[in-house]
Write a protein that binds this ligand. Structure first.
Ligand code: HEC
Length: 137
């Protein structure tokens, strides 16, 4: 314990000598992370093709809970994606799929949408799905 303290003091002295940066008395800025449920950090949205995304949507059973006209589904457990995704970008849509509880659509309960799609679907499928669902802007 004592040794490491001495070492720290030494390192400080060295650092301040080198960079004229004082040890102690400095304001230490600690970034406070936002509360993230599930996987940390936003991931980049994979590239995808909207046409291929329709089959992913159908096969994954999204339509049992979501209404989405382009896929001719009318589920009502989750939000109507034609309406709720208006004005949303690909990053938002992607996050909603891989980490559904991080942000909950207004008027809906957390914990209903399966949290497994991020693992169940590969990057190509996710990219296609996001392209299919993201409104053109
Ligand atoms: C068991 C029902 C269920 C299934 C299956 C399901 N969802 Fe959801 N989904 C929900 C619920 C409930 C919400 C609202 C709560 C939330 O935001 O997590 C939601 C939210 C969303 C949102 C965010 C909407 C918004 O306006 O913020 C997107 C996008 C979405 N789902 C896409 C999908 C896709 C794509 C699939 C298939 C891969 C899928 N869902 C499968 C129930 C489901």
């Amino acid at each position: 314990m004592r040794r490491s303290v001495t070492l720290a003091v030494l390192l400080c002295a060295l650092a301040s000598a080198l960079a004229a940066a004082g040890c102690g008395g400095e304001k230490v800025v600690t970034p406070t992370p936002d509360t993230v449920v599930g996987s940390v950090a936003e991931q980049t949205v994979p590239e995808g093709e909207a046409e291929a995304g329709k089959a992913v949507y159908t096969d994954a059973g999204c339509g049992s809970c979501h209404t989405f006209e382009a896929a001719e589904t009318s589920g009502t457990t989750g939000p109507n994606l034609d309406e709720s995704l208006q004005g949303k970008d690909a990053q938002y849509v992607y996050n909603s799929i891989v980490n559904p509880d991080a942000q909950i659509a207004e008027g809906f309960q957390p914990g209903l949408m399966p949290k497994t799609y991020g693992e169940q679907l590969d990057d190509k499928q996710l990219g296609d799905l996001v392209a299919f669902l993201t409104p053109e802007s």
